[in-house]
Design a protein around this ligand. Structure first.
Ligand code: UTP
Length: 310
């Protein structure tokens, strides 16, 4: 299956990260020194998808600007012989072909995906929610593309969550796949039989949650148009996927890799700590700082920040 385009619906309100997201789009929050959106675009490029469609909202011009050239800054960095910084600035510009389209009102994730239809056309495509940051040896998008190609069908990334948390996710009901259907990767393949948006833990059909990576056929676009507003009054992607499921098989894939929910405070902090520790330039010094901080806490001493407040 040839997939050329990845859609990044980033037009949500980002209320869980307020006040940081009062004037700054959520996907421009940094993980160490790269904004979330760049981490997501790097993932799809590593998976072989080089054309990106951003679905943005009014006031989010800065997301598009992040992938644009900045000739004055680049000339200054070149004149000052700051080669590393110059390369870092240019990297975001040269990474992929980036297009954008607007979602005029935040009417839900499925509505944002539909806004990308004119730029995707009649081809299968990837959807990435970059606030779900996923790290691993094989990009999550690549893992899904391999399953989609093997089965010539849509695929959704899945992750097991505690039952108490099912009301924070789309949850799928599944049936086992035959041995011959299993893909070569280390993840677990499921055939999806139903999808429910944010079910109560007592009613959830499983604890397999939909996370922010999908490979979808273009047929989803007219089906989104037929999807009425659902949970929260928004047009929900699981509701549209249910209509798709009535027409064609849909797979779920428990990918390998570690996911950080950067759409909420704790997940964003965890992503920063994990990525900082992995960096050869700052990782060792940061690890030493964390060890000292934890040792001071264990000894009953306040950290620097809480000392100042005391
Ligand atoms: P979220 O559920 O994280 O919502 O959306 P949100 O608005 O971004 O954040 P909170 O809940 O207010 O904190 C999941 C993804 O769908 C996009 C978001 O930008 C995010 O990438 N989305 C959601 C849209 O693009 N448009 C929408 O109308 C809703």
């Amino acid at each position: 299956m040839k997939v050329r385009r990845a859609v990044f619906p980033v037009a949500g309100r980002g209320t869980r990260m307020l006040p940081a997201t009062k004037a700054l789009p959520k996907v421009l929050l940094p993980v160490v020194d790269r904004p979330l959106i760049q981490v997501g675009v790097e993932e799809v490029v590593a998976a072989g998808v080089n054309e990106v469609v951003l679905v943005t909202a009014s006031g989010q011009q800065a997301i598009e600007d992040h992938f644009d050239a900045v000739p004055l800054l680049e000339a200054t960095l070149a004149a000052e012989r700051k080669q590393d910084l110059l390369e870092a600035v240019r990297q975001a510009t040269e990474l992929a072909t980036v297009m954008s389209v607007r979602q005029h009102e935040p009417r839900g994730l499925a509505d944002a995906v539909l806004a990308a239809a004119p730029l995707v056309g009649d081809e299968p495509f990837v959807v990435v929610l970059p606030d779900d940051m996923i790290c691993g040896a094989v990009p999550c998008t690549r893992q899904l593309l391999d399953v989609a190609t093997a089965h010539n069908a849509g695929v959704i990334a899945l992750q097991r969550v505690p039952r108490a948390e099912t009301d924070r996710y789309g949850i799928v009901a599944t049936e086992p796949v035959g041995a011959g259907e299993r893909p070569p990767g280390a993840g677990v393949l499921h055939r999806i039989v139903d999808l429910v948006e944010k079910p109560d833990p007592a009613e959830a059909p499983s604890t397999l949650a939909i996370v922010g990576r999908y490979v979808l056929p273009p047929r989803i676009f007219p089906l989104i148009e037929q999807t009425p507003p659902g949970y929260g009054g928004e047009i929900q992607l699981p509701d549209a996927l249910r209509l798709l499921l009535a027409e064609q098989p849909l797979y779920g894939y428990e990918f390998t890799g570690r996911r950080f929910d950067c759409g909420q405070l704790l997940g964003h902090l965890q992503a920063n700590v994990s990525m900082a520790l992995d960096r050869p330039d700052i990782g060792p010094a940061f690890a030493a700082f964390l060890r000292e901080t934890l040792a001071a806490m264990a000894a009953g001493n306040a950290t620097g920040a809480s000392k100042e407040q005391a």
